[in-house]
Design a binder for this molecule. Sequence first.
Ligand SMILES: Nc1nc2c(ncn2[C@@H]2O[C@H](COP(=O)(O)OP(=O)(O)OP(=O)(O)O)[C@@H](O)[C@H]2O)c(=O)[nH]1
Ligand SMILES: [Mg+2]
Length: 239
Amino acid sequence: MSIEKSSKAARGSVQCENSSFNLLKANDFVAENIRKHMQEQNILLINVTSSAGSGKTTLLHETAKRISGQVNMKVLVGDLETERDADRIKEAGVEALQIVTGGICHLEAQMVWQAMEQLDLSGVELLFVENVGNLVCPASFDLGEDYRVTLMATTEGDDKPKKYPRMFLTSDMMLVSKSDLLPYLPFSVEAVVKDAREVNPSLEVIQVSGLTGEGLEDWCEWLLEKVRNKKAMSETTAV
Ligand SMILES: Nc1nc2c(ncn2[C@@H]2O[C@H](COP(=O)(O)OP(=O)(O)OP(=O)(O)O)[C@@H](O)[C@H]2O)c(=O)[nH]1
Ligand SMILES: [Mg+2]
């Protein structure tokens, strides 16, 4: 038994025989190997996506501060240039490795596979991948994750789920981030949740702020439960 795949759309879903189709098929082949590898090692893999600047690194930093004493976690971070995000996460006392894509606007499974080879994963229970900030291309690339978590910042406008539906369709959790700014912005949480659930009725939602800590307890509990479930599932499979 394995945890249900995070992508709800057909993989390699470009419908014509062209180079994009073949690229996605190759990606899915590597993603499947990552999934198998993670299953064998009992590691929960979470792919964190969002537009640029929605608060992914801040969230991971705050998450590490709260749960790294309870769960052995590491982070891979994708960016076009610089190691800034990995440096920020390391400040929370968690090992982080930057994947510099050199201009590519999303992470591909083969990049994650290569990075995993540089990381000592023994004893790791939770591995985060912070994707490149972009709501478009990262939606198409399965990274072998157990769950895809998308941040939807209050600063982005509440119309995004219908404009970028594939990201919300393939996600398991939407974190409405920067909730501390709600009093100052024309942003309706009700409207964004309604739109997102019209795209993906099973999408879970938590409202969070990396600044005030709102929602982070619920978020961390969600994560810890998934870690426990993955372990229990692996033990069942091993019997
Ligand atoms: N008010 C407020 N600001 C936040 C919050 N989370 C992050 N920020 C700010 O938003 C900016 C971007 O945050 P990051 O955590 O770097 O966002 P990111 O999604 O990792 O950005 P990229 O990796 O560049 O896509 C920073 O200036 C943060 O301080 C929040 O909950 N509330
Ligand atoms: Mg970041």
